[in-house]
Design a protein around this ligand. Structure first.
Ligand SMILES: NC(=O)c1ccc[n+]([C@@H]2O[C@H](COP(=O)([O-])OP(=O)(O)OC[C@H]3O[C@@H](n4cnc5c(N)ncnc54)[C@H](O)[C@@H]3O)[C@@H](O)[C@H]2O)c1
Ligand SMILES: N[C@H](CO)Cc1c[nH]c[nH+]1
Ligand SMILES: [Zn+2]
Length: 429
């Protein structure tokens, strides 16, 4: 990977390079995706099936677009016992973590006759998109469905691209059933997002669409936002390792490569105060590349978005990490917990040399659907909050309203809203 000294210009160049991965930069794809979305909106199933044949090479129709109980039973037969056991163990951790995010309605009242509160209502029906182009992601199935179930969503509809033969990945189906999905449809890409947003004869319209995906999925989610709600736009994966001379270069290299293998557009960045560590990490990467299976994707990703920045001080390194706002941030330094307290922007923070990123991808419990592309400055990981909404509650007795009614009338009059003023006035005539 390129080793560059961290200074104002290199930091700016890196930030500009990373921004090129933002969905907003893909003008040519935007037109194409908008056309797919509009066509599915208008022609519904007919368009959905045609695009599935065109982009996924699979013929689906009204009869086979929804995954059947028989297909799920067949999937259980194909998935080995050990994987099923791992899925169940992961589910225990993921559920326990998300249970802690549960929110409750609250009501606050006193003797004055005022009751105020906030009522929590789960969303009625949500759509979960599970990517399935370059890799299959049963782990993402768990990460999307569990928080929705914990929140109390009534119906969870999942879509994921079918194989050319119409078959679905068995581990994906099993993970979905274990996590508590209600219905699964064979649809991927922008056409699946449009079908969930507007509804077709086969796929029901949902209130919110969540889940990661490639550039077509991300742009389609942007296009349908407003017709439905969406979660953050989780794009190609990212890792930033913050390390000093105490870090183990073999671990740092392995962790950087773990995210680079997702996509040619994934990014892997090391920010370190140690030049010796930087050289050693590069050497380890060369060794790993000889044996890793997805080395072609990894090489492209490192060529495009792999970077090592050498900082003069740990304070400078932390400032750069906060600027980049990576999806995942690993801290392998002395006093790693103190460093963590200075991190403001990151989707998930992994502390210490044994807390490697894939531990979070599969098992620890926190969600792996995280903000990417610098959006960790304002977005949070997918969680229970994404699947609930709040209504404010207001209840005043006559005795509570009487002492403040003139204040309110004055406020309304100042805005020139006489019907508002009248609504208060009629109660005291
Ligand atoms: N942030 C996260 O939590 C997270 C988790 C898992 C995966 N990811 C990311 O999700 C992405 C998954 O991408 P993927 O491609 O493997 O699966 P995907 O399901 O997102 O995309 C496949 C679909 O893209 C559509 N498509 C492909 N080529 C097209 C074209 N030329 N025109 C129109 N549509 C086309 C097809 O309909 C296909 O079904 C990766 O970038 C990965 O890094 C992120
Ligand atoms: N690291 C990905 C999110 O960026 C999630 C994932 C799923 N499987 C493996 N990894
Ligand atoms: Zn991963």
């Amino acid at each position: 990977m390129r080793i560059v000294k961290l200074e104002e210009s290199s930091r700016r160049n890196l930030l500009e390079l990373l921004l090129k991965r933002s969905p907003s930069q893909y003008g040519t794809f935007t037109d194409k995706v908008n056309e797919i979305v509009e066509t599915v909106r208008e022609k519904r199933d007919e368009a959905l099936f045609a695009y599935t044949e065109k982009f996924d090479g699979c013929k689906v129709n009204k009869k086979n677009v929804q995954v059947t109980e028989e297909e799920i039973a067949e999937a259980y037969e194909k998935v080995d016992e050990e994987l099923l056991s791992v899925i169940r163990k992961a589910l225990v951790n993921i559920r326990a973590f998300h249970e802690k995010q549960r929110r409750y309605s609250w009501f606050d009242s006193d003797e004055s006759g005022i009751l105020l509160g906030q009522k929590i209502t789960p969303l009625n029906r949500v759509g979960v998109y599970v990517p399935g182009g370059k890799a299959v992601y049963p782990s993402s199935v768990l990460m999307n469905i569990v928080p929705a179930r914990v929140a109390g969503v009534k119906e969870i509809v999942m879509t994921t691209p079918p194989g050319k033969d119409g078959k679905m990945n068995p581990a994906v189906l099993v993970a979905a059933r274990e996590a508590g999905v209600d219905r699964i449809f064979k649809a991927g890409g922008a056409q699946a997002i449009a079908a969930l947003a507007f509804g077709t004869e086969s796929i029901p319209k949902v209130d919110k669409i969540v889940g990661p995906g490639n550039i077509f999925v991300a742009l389609a989610k942007k296009a349908v936002f407003g017709f439905v709600s969406i979660d953050s736009i989780a794009g190609p994966s990212e890792i930033l390792v913050l390390a000093d001379e105490t870090a183990n270069p073999r671990y740092v290299a392995a962790d950087l490569l773990s995210q680079a293998e997702h996509d040619e557009m994934a990014s892997a960045i090391l920010v370190t105060t140690s030049e010796a560590l930087a050289e050693a990490v590069n050497k380890e990467i060369e060794g790993f590349l000889e044996v890793l299976e997805r080395r072609e994707i990894i090489k492209k990703s490192l060529d495009n978005y792999g970077h090592i920045l050498i900082a003069d001080t740990m304070e400078d390194a932390i400032e750069a990490a906060n600027d980049i706002a990576s999806e995942h941030l690993e801290i392998m330094t002395k006093d790693a917990f103190t460093v963590m307290t200075k991190i403001k922007n990151a989707g998930a923070i992994f502390i210490g040399e044994h807390s490697c990123e894939p531990l979070g991808d599969y098992f620890a419990g926190p969600n792996h659907v995280l903000p990417t592309n610098g959006t960790a400055k304002f977005f949070s990981p997918l969680g229970v909050d994404d699947f609930i909404k709040k209504s404010s509650i207001v209840s005043y007795s006559r005795e509570a309203l009487e002492p403040v009614h003139e204040d309110i009338m004055r406020f309304a009059a100042q805005e020139g809203l006489t019907a508002h003023r009248n609504s208060i006035k009629v109660r005291f005539e």
